[in-house]
Design a protein around this ligand. Structure first.
Ligand code: SF4
Length: 343
């Protein structure tokens, strides 16, 4: 049974007068008419009709896309009152929205409380002021700390979205952003590699040679470091990488190599490889040739094997004197791996 279902409501660009260099909101929201009204009821009833019986434990209505709290208050209230009605009727359990750090103030938060909103995600992207400036975010990092504190004090669940590979970003700055996120202590986080798409300033910068996208390997490597920092701090990482449905992808409008449809699995596979290698090297009294069992639960098994068996291949080539066997043990937690010497 599906435990958690999300009804995604894409709110178009109307909420955001900004023009961050990487953003083409129309493409990201896969919509073309910014002025179009969003028919929440129609979308919600369509999604709800596809859900299995018994219903998932949690159903969230999530307003994605633009910067929700930048929409005129009247419009926000129109959307929120529909969401609240669904919540009051028990058709959904949570109302979730995303916005910019500088579109948070007491009046806005009081209003969101009135409509029983549960989760507020902030598109923070980076804690480095130079990265924010070069990405034309229109605010610096100081507002992020302030907004996050207010959101937490109001009792909302806080989410932080971070990006990898923006203009001026470095692996060190990305790691710093992850560490600052941990200090703030949101309950949830997302990590997105920067993707160069049509109709963005970033594409102009890329064409002029003033912006060089990360390679896929670099994006995975930095995301892996950020992921590990957030994960170890107990922050739930609800998304790593964009889904193809987030972008209109049919006519090859993505530049560079940072987009991968299974980006999360690449990152989690790399982390599994690292953890397992430490365990292999920790084995004492090992005499080659030896048989070694690598173990995980079924949910983490594909991470242990790696995308298209890349980890299997790696271990086989790096340790030719060992024979590796891949096993499942449901007693292990997710992302927990064991290495056992087979006598
Ligand atoms: S604030 Fe968000 S929606 Fe607005 S331009 Fe920037 S990324 Fe796009």
């Amino acid at each position: 049974m599906k435990k958690h279902a999300i009804i995604p409501i894409f709110i178009p660009h109307e909420g955001c007068p900004n023009d961050c260099v990487f953003c083409n909101q129309k493409k990201i929201t896969a919509r073309t008419h910014a002025e179009e009204n969003v028919n929440i009821e129609e979308i919600a009833s369509r999604y709800l009709s596809t859900l299995s019986d018994p219903r998932p434990e949690t159903i969230e209505m999530a307003m994605y896309g633009g910067s929700f709290t930048g929409i005129p208050m009247e419009k926000q209230n129109e959307y929120l009152s529909i969401a609240k009605e669904y919540k009051d009727k028990g058709l959904i359990d949570k109302i979730h929205l995303s916005t910019r750090p500088d579109y948070i103030n007491e009046e806005i938060l009081l209003n969101l409380k009135k409509f029983d909103v549960d989760v507020i995600e902030l598109g923070v992207q980076s804690f480095d002021d130079e990265v924010l400036m070069l990405s034309e975010r229109g605010h610096d990092s100081s507002i992020v700390y302030k907004s996050c504190e207010m959101i937490k004090n109001f009792g909302f669940t806080l989410g932080i979205q971070l990006m990898v590979g923006l203009p001026g970003d470095t692996p060190e700055k990305a790691v710093y952003s992850a560490k600052e996120t941990v200090k703030i202590g949101p309950q949830i986080a997302r990590i997105y590699p920067t993707i160069v798409i049509e109709d963005t300033k970033l594409l102009d910068m890329y064409r002029q040679g003033s912006y060089l996208p990360l390679s896929l390997e670099e994006a995975v490597d930095t995301s892996k470091k950020m992921y590990s920092i957030l994960f170890e701090a107990g922050i739930k990482i609800i998304r790593v990488g964009l889904k193809s449905s987030d972008i209109i992808n049919e006519d090859g409008e993505i530049y560079g190599n940072t987009f991968h449809p299974a980006f999360r699995q690449l990152v989690e596979g790399e982390i599994a490889k690292e953890k397992i290698e430490v365990l292999i090297n920790d084995l004492s009294n090992i005499e080659a040739p030896s048989k070694i069992a690598l173990v995980s639960n079924s949910r983490s098994f594909s991470n242990m094997i790696g995308m298209k068996g890349v980890n299997k291949k790696y271990f086989k080539e790096k340790y030719p004197l060992y024979s590796f066997f891949y096993e499942k043990n449901e007693q292990l937690k997710d992302y927990e791996y064991e290495v056992q010497l087979i006598r």
